[in-house]
Design a protein around this ligand. Structure first.
Ligand SMILES: [Zn+2]
Length: 199
């Protein structure tokens, strides 16, 4: 565990952040290091999204791992990992852009819900799950998978490709099935790659 002064020495943006709620001692450092990893993924002249000033962070006992709204992320303090943190940070970036980035990803990969109303009625029926065009999905598909989740998982998989590959094959969605080994080579990996370079 490191104190606020130490953290500010490593992450000069830390004192400007708005973080509230009871959280484990390592939480602030995980948050800072994830923000920094995302910032460093952007290639000049593309400016990183402002995770420091444009998002407020709260820790609260919630059912989910995290919940993201425009300008606000609520984290579950019991399950804070780098993976969930980057996932929610990606949602915040998308939310700040009125969820347009995930919609562009959806269109570029030709993904969609074929029968959205049937998916609502029968969420467990695989046939009505989100259709992943230009596969593979970053970590497989489930009943809660949507365009927004696709984007958040793609950003996270881009930063942690080995973890993503493991998650995908564990769920039975190995990249090899679509002829890929590394997430960065997949259509979604390429999309995120160019997003960090071209905005
Ligand atoms: Zn999510």
């Amino acid at each position: 565990m490191r104190n606020a002064i130490d953290l500010a020495a490593t992450y000069d943006f830390y004192p400007q952040m708005d973080i509230k709620g009871d959280r484990p001692p390592a939480a602030d450092e995980i948050l800072c290091s994830c923000i920094q990893k995302l910032q460093q993924a952007f290639v000049t002249p593309v400016l990183p999204f402002d995770w420091v000033g444009a998002v407020k962070y709260e820790f609260e006992d919630i059912k989910q791992l995290g919940l993201t709204y425009k300008g606000r992320i609520v984290f579950n303090p019991r399950f804070l990992t780098e993976w969930t943190t980057v996932h929610e940070l990606a949602h915040a970036w998308d939310a700040a852009n009125n969820w347009l980035i995930s919609d562009i990803l959806r269109k570029e990969t030709h993904s969609r819900f074929t029968f959205p109303w049937l998916h609502k009625m029968f969420p467990d029926k695989k046939l009505f799950w989100y259709h992943v065009g230009s596969p593979p999905a970053p970590c497989g598909v489930g009943k809660n998978f949507t365009a927004k989740e696709d984007f958040a998982e793609s950003v996270t998989a881009y930063l942690f490709p080995e973890v993503a590959r493991g998650k995908a094959s564990k769920k039975g969605f190995s990249y090899a099935y679509n002829g890929y080994i590394h997430f960065h080579d997949t259509p979604r990996g390429q999309f995120i790659h160019s997003l960090f370079r071209n905005g």
